[in-house]
Each structure stands twice: as C-alpha cells, then as structure tokens.
Design a protein around this ligand. Sequence first.
Ligand SMILES: [Zn+2]
Length: 210
Amino acid sequence: MDQVAFPLCEGSEDELGRWKDHAQARTVMRFVAVPMPELCVAHGEPGTWSKRFRCYSRPTSDFDRKSRRSQFLRDFMFSWDRVVRQVDRLATAYSTTVTTYGCAACRGWLHRRRARSAALLVVALLLLIAVPRVLAESSQDGLVALSLLAGLGMLVVTVASARWLLEFARATTSEDGNRLIIDSPHPKYARAAVAMGAERIPLLKRTEEH
Ligand SMILES: [Zn+2]
C-alpha cells in the first residue's frame, strides 16, 4: 500500500500556452517533470485507453479534516457553501494535468461506476422537474419545495459520484504543489514509475510524519 510521487515543476512558456501571461496561473499550474508509465494504476497492465484530466491539490481546512461521512452530510445541507468553496479552491490550489491509463479489466469497474452516476442523474432530474409539476397541479406548495430540495440534494450526490476519475487515477497533487502522488499503485506500476524517476513513499514513513 505504498505511494509513488512524481516531481512537479513550473511550466515553460510553451507548456503554459495561453496562460503564460497570467501571473496567478503561472504559480498554480504545475507540470509533471518526469514521464509517467503508460500502465493502469490498479492492475499494472499496459493501458488500452487513457483519459486526461486536471488534478487539484486539496487545501486543508477544518472542512477537509472532517470525515468523509460528515463532509457528505454537510455538502448535502449546504450546497451553496460547497460551490463557493470549490470556486475558491480552483483559483488558489495547485493543479496539474494527468493522463491516466486503463486496461481491459478496468472497463468493468468503469461501466458499473458510470451506470450508477447516470441512474443518480435521472433520479435527480425527475425530482427536480417531474415531481414539482405533479404536485403543483394538486396545489401542495410545501411538498413542491420539499421535492425541489430533494432534487438539489440528489444533484450534489451526482456530482460527488462523478468524481470517479480521481478515484480511478488514485492521484492527488500535494499541498505544496511539488509532487503528484499516486496512492497504492500496483507493484508493476510502482516499479515502472520509480525506474522513470518517481519516488516511492513507503506507508511507514507517512505514518511517522503524522
Ligand atoms: Zn486495469
């Protein structure tokens, strides 16, 4: 259950592209300094497909220190708070572009995950659109409001489950923006990564730090 860490560095003019004159983007946009193996993180098999995405560091606030369960409950109740927090975070957190690879065996996991997200979205939309309509016809205002709230809650759940990519890639950008960390990769992936210049972080060292 080790981690591997890829060093991150500042982007060159080319890498920054249209952001190169933007001071804030220059500080927060990071780039992986060594090549990453084109292997699936979960199985260590050569990737048959890939996905590129932007991976943000998690700033540690009181909120982030809460357990996942209470974070989820809070999100459910304070959706707006969450939107503000996300916008804030996107503007100030370090981030890097990651290409993650998947093998044939990953497809099953992905299909199940996608099906769940799609089902949640349908339920959320139904609650938001259909139910208030039906209730409005029978003029029950309290219930309309209730079902709208339920619909919003479901949307939050849907967004949460759309985080599948992060979960799939097992990637996080470190808080100081200097490392891209892959959590418990397959040993084959870890070996390839270390050979290409990544650093292995044993679990033991991590628990000592905390
Ligand atoms: Zn795989």
